[in-house]
Design a protein around this ligand. Structure first.
Ligand code: ZN
Length: 141
């Protein structure tokens, strides 16, 4: 996120984020709709549960980074407020994986109270033996 234009509500429980199943499904749909670029948007809800999704345009049209234009961000924050909801999260996809924040994501995470969802469609395989983790190459045959 490029700039701080709205307030975020603190999650009720440290270490966890509560979200409706349909919103997780909608995020996966949004990600699969733009397999060549990162999708992004805001998440809102009330009483500690994310229940609404506000898809946004990735102003960078990029497969490796995203940004929501300030005007759109402002419009979404207003829509969230008008609906009597609280901003609780930010989501974006990593079309090529991994499902973890990039260095840029971490550097530009301006909402410390928000839950950052990173959606990826990739599958990874690992060997885990006596606490040692090694990634396995997945070969489609
Ligand atoms: Zn990212």
């Amino acid at each position: 996120m490029d700039c701080l234009v709205g307030r975020t509500t603190l999650r009720t429980m440290a270490g966890e984020v509560r979200i409706r199943k349909k919103i997780l499904e909608r995020m996966a749909e949004e990600a699969s709709r733009t397999p060549k670029q990162e999708c992004c948007g805001l998440l809102a809800g009330r009483e500690g549960v994310i229940s609404e999704i506000f898809p946004a345009t990735n102003a960078l049209w990029s497969a490796t980074e995203f940004e929501i234009a300030p005007q759109e961000l402002f419009r979404i924050f207003r829509a969230i407020r008008d609906a009597g909801l609280e901003h609780m999260g930010i989501y974006h996809s990593h079309p090529g994986g991994p499902a973890a924040p990039s260095a840029r994501d971490i550097e530009r995470a301006f909402y410390p109270e928000a839950a950052y969802f990173v959606i990826s469609v990739e599958a990874k395989a690992f060997e885990i033996r006596e606490g040692r983790v090694e990634e396995l190459q997945i070969r489609m045959v």
